[in-house]
Structures are given as C-alpha cells and as structure tokens.
Design a protein around this ligand. Structure first.
Ligand code: F6P
Length: 542
C-alpha cells in the first residue's frame, strides 16, 4: 500500500501547528506547571529506565507524536519485519536480526525454512568452538594453545564486536588477548600483531560478503604473517571465517568446516549477535553470549508488544523525529557514563547513519524533509571537558541521551557517585540553565553576566540501569536498533540498504592501478583528482 507522504499526514500537520504553539515554552515553565512530570514521563523495560521528562514536550505533544507513528504504519511495518517479509525493498530481502536472538524453542518459518533452528545450529557450533579454544583443546599448528584472537573485518563486521568486547571486558577471560583489525591502512594490522606469537594466534576473518577490499587485504597480510613464521600448512589451525559466502571463503583457502555462516537477511550493521560475534563469544564464553542474546530478545519483545506510550524505542524515536523535523536538530549526542561503553557511540554511528542516511522514500521519491541526524558522542565525563560547552551555550539544538548506571563494575572510593552526580547535573543544567537574574544575584559584574547565562531548554533523555551486564548490553543495542527502525518507518526510507557506500568502493577500484603502474597513466578524472593522483605518484616514489 503506498504510504501517504509524510507532510500530508494529518498527524504531521497537527504537529506543525502544535510546534508553533509550544516551541517557545521553556522546560522551566513545563516543570513548574506540572510538578509530577518527572515521575510520570518515564518508562521502563528490559532493565532500562527511561526518564524523558526533560524534553520540550507536553502530554499533547507525545499524543500527537504517537499518532504520527501510528499513521506512518508502525504497527504493520513492525509486524512485517518480525514475520520476515522482504521489507528491505531495494534489495528485496527480509530483515530478521530479531530472529538471531529468538530462543531455541521458538520457530519462525520464512520461505519454508525455520530460521530460528538455523540460527541455533550455528550458535551451537560457535559455542563448541569457543569451548575448544577456551579450554586449550584446539591448539595451533605447533601444538600451543590459542592465546590471541584477531578479528579481521570492517563496518558491521568490526564495530559491533569491538564495541561489545570493550563493553564486556569485565566478563572476559583476561588471559586471552583480543585485537581488531579493520582499516586497510597497514598500520592497523602491523600494530595489532607486532607483539603476538603466530603459534598462539587465531585469525577470524569476518565478512558477510567476503568481498570487502579492506578485509581481504588484511586477511592476505595475516596469512603472509602466519605463513612466514609457521608455513603454509599452519593456515588450517589459525584461520576461521565468518561469512555468508562459502565459495569465496574456500577460494581464500579457509576450510569451510571452519566457517560460521549467517544469512542475507542479517544486515552488516545488525550482525553483532550473529556469528559475527564469534570473537565476543570467545572472549566472554558461550553462557555470557547467551545472556547478551537474551537481552536483545527482552527488548525485541518489549518493542513488539508494549503499548506505544510505554514503548522505549517508540518514545525515543518519536522524540528524535520531533527535534529533527520540527526543531531542525542536525545531530543527537549519545553520552554513556560508563567507561566500558567507550566505543558505543562509534558503533551507533554506523547503525544509525548507514541506516537512515537516505534521501529518497521506499518508492524512490525525493524526500522534502530531513531524515537521519548525525549521531555522535563520547563517554562522560570526558565529553564534558571537551564539547559540552557547545551543547550548553552554542547556537544549535543538540538533544542528548545520557546513559548512567546504579553500580560500577569497578567500585573504587567515591568514583561512581562522582560520575553519576555528573549525569544528573548535566541533565539539570541543560534543561534549566541559569538566568541572567540568577547570575547577577551571585554578584557577577553586569558585563560578564551575559557570558555566564545558561539558556537551558536543551532536551535530554536519561537512561538508567543497575549495572552493565551482557544482558543489559543486548537490551541497549536492541533499543537503538529499534529506534532506527521506527525513525525509518516515519521517514519512509529503506533503513536496511546502503547504496551510498558503493560508489566510493567502485571508484577506489578504478583509481588503485592508476597509482601504482610504472607507466604514467592516461587520467580522465576531473582536474583536481588527476592532479592529486600525479602528486601522489611523485610522493610514493620518494
Ligand atoms: O560499509 C558498507 C558495508 O557494506 C557495511 O554495511 C558492512 O557492514 C561492511 O561494508 C562490511 O561488509 P562485509 O561484512 O561484507 O565485509
């Protein structure tokens, strides 16, 4: 059924009018008028408590935003995803990352195949492999146990595993060294392997397509590195693959018996809970990996069944739509107050921007509204001493998600209370600021007062959980996956393709031989690219 264009939807028009009425209102007033809002504008699921009261909304705004979600077809589209319909229309694929974390006893038949049974077959093989590596039963070519695991992959085949490994470091076997190589810049590979003993090192070549230039280049260098030390025969004990493409894996020289598969219905950026998470499973063990999956599933079930008024992904997505489309916000900052989540914002960059960085609708019409905002962030409190100034007093509206925890995994003196005080202080300062009157009352000289005024009215969500566990991490990642889904439904874009990345890849393939041949190439690019290629050829010759 063709979707009504966004701007023509009745709820959109109602929101436009409502925005005109309330956009000038300050959070100070909204809180003064309604002292109960801090307790009421909250929701909780899968171990995550959300306080969304410090947003520039009233009950009426939320009602209209949820109307927009409904009118955009959220219920039908969500059902279609969970059913396995090919909702990735430009690639005619199902989008079934939710099946990756369904419990064994569930069945989901798509195209005559029970995908949940397939998922668990791979999970069982991964668990068996992880037990063999972790127990020392699987040895390297010289008989030494594996001590080092190097995941080679990029994009979704890297960011999820790196983020989850860092996030769950507390739960990892500390006698195993995990490294992640992604960049085609050789420095990445060289630095990651320089202190490793090849006889104790396992490479996991992770690539959905097994055709990604960066990953294949690094995989070849990894093979050279290993073969130089241990010989050709060592490859079988030191290389495994995670891919959907058995043919290419075999072509590369990895025995497909040592390949862990997944399926074309898992998007790269939605794949950390598939076999792409093998490195994470090796680090934390199969039981904790099962907990991670259970957390994803907790949030999936919440997203699928909770009413919109209490549905965390729906609420957070619709708030982001409010700021992007009605306040013109260009970016959203995600600020975890948990050092272990230091790579979470980087992970979210791919998840959110590769998904919703689109400018045509699913039917191919150019949009006449903004879509995916820039997501960015850093762990607190470091960000506070860096870019928060702009969020507090700059000219742009930047909604923020603050993520805090009740307990530290590394309790030490009063560090955790100091950390958490900052979560609450930032949300409070952003919302309420400091008026000129207040500043002057402190005795500030009149000429300095304007510099010290904090406008406030800067929106934030606060997410609070007890402590960072594998299960909680799963729920947190699934929360953002579903936020992206809901945004995509409203903006009517295909959140699951990434054609924009392709052109650059094709052009790089064309330029590479022009950089390296002995003969001066005939260049037919624009004058800038031609000149840069010529200059580079001169530089590389030294
Ligand atoms: O960046 C584009 C992309 O296709 C991502 O979507 C994907 O996660 C990444 O490249 C890596 O692809 P692959 O797993 O096939 O190597």
């Amino acid at each position: 059924m063709p979707t009504v264009p966004l701007r023509d939807r009745a709820s959109w028009k109602a929101l436009e009018q409502h925005h005109a009425e309330i956009s000038g209102r300050h959070l100070r007033e909204l809180f003064a008028e309604d002292p109960g809002r801090g307790e009421r504008m909250t929701a909780e699921a899968a171990g995550l408590f959300l306080d969304f009261s410090k947003n520039r909304v009233t009950g009426e705004t939320m009602r209209l935003l949820l109307d927009l979600a409904r009118e955009s077809g959220l219920d039908e589209r969500r059902e279609a995803m969970f059913r396995g319909d090919p909702i990735n229309t430009s690639e005619n694929r199902s989008v079934l990352h939710v099946a990756l974390r369904m419990p064994k006893e569930r069945a989901l038949t798509v195209g005559g195949v029970d995908v949940v049974a397939e998922v668990h077959e791979v999970l069982d093989r991964m668990a068996d492999f992880a037990r063999r590596i972790r127990s020392g039963e699987w040895t390297g070519h010289t008989g030494k146990p594996i001590k080092n695991i190097v995941n080679v992959g990029i994009g979704g085949s890297d960011l999820g595993p790196v983020m989850a490994y860092e996030a769950l470091r507390h739960y990892t076997r500390r006698d195993l060294t995990l490294r992640f190589v992604s960049n085609v810049d050789a420095t990445d590979f060289v630095e990651a392997t320089r202190d490793l003993d090849p006889a104790e090192t396992l490479f996991i070549i992770s690539s959905k397509t097994f055709g990604t230039l960066e990953t294949l280049a690094n995989a070849k260098s990894a093979r050279d590195w290993l073969v130089a030390a241990l010989g050709d025969e060592a490859v079988a004990r030191h290389f495994v693959a995670v891919s959907t493409n058995a043919e290419r894996v075999a072509e590369f020289g990895i025995d497909t018996a040592n390949m862990f598969g997944f399926w074309d219905w898992v998007g790269g950026r939605y794949s950390m809970d598939s076999a792409i998470g093998l490195s994470v499973m090796l680090a934390i063990g199969p039981e904790q990996f099962a907990e991670l999956l259970a957390g994803f599933h907790d949030m999936d079930e919440h997203f699928r069944t909770a009413p919109p008024e209490q549905n965390l992904p729906v609420l957070m997505a619709m708030l982001s739509v409010w700021y992007v489309n009605f306040f013109g916000a260009q970016s959203i900052a995600v600020l975890p107050y948990e050092q272990y989540l230091k790579r979470f914002p980087a992970y979210l960059q791919q998840l959110t921007m590769e998904s919703n960085g689109k400018s045509v609708t699913r039917e191919g019409r150019a949009v006449d509204y903004d879509t995916g905002p820039v997501y960015w962030g850093e762990p607190g409190t470091n960000g506070q001493h860096s870019f928060y100034q702009l969020i507090h007093q700059g000219t742009r509206l930047i909604p923020v998600d603050l993520i805090g925890f009740g307990r530290s995994l590394n309790p030490l003196r009063d560090h955790h209370d100091l950390l958490t005080a900052n979560v609450f202080a930032q949300a409070e300062a952003l919302a309420f600021g400091r008026t000129e009157e207040e500043v002057r009352a402190e005795g500030t000289a009149p000429e300095v007062a304007p510099h010290r005024v904090m406008p406030g009215n800067r929106p934030s969500n606060t997410l609070l959980a007890e402590r960072l566990t594998p299960r909680l991490l799963g729920a947190l990642v699934a929360l953002y996956e579903h936020i992206v889904f809901v945004q995509g439904v409203v903006w009517d874009v295909d959140s699951f393709d990434q054609w924009g990345v392709e052109l650059g890849k094709v052009m790089a393939g064309r330029i590479t031989p022009e950089l390296t041949g002995d003969q001066e190439p005939e260049l037919s690019h624009d004058s800038s690219t031609n000149a840069l290629i010529r200059r580079y050829r001169g530089l590389r010759q030294g």
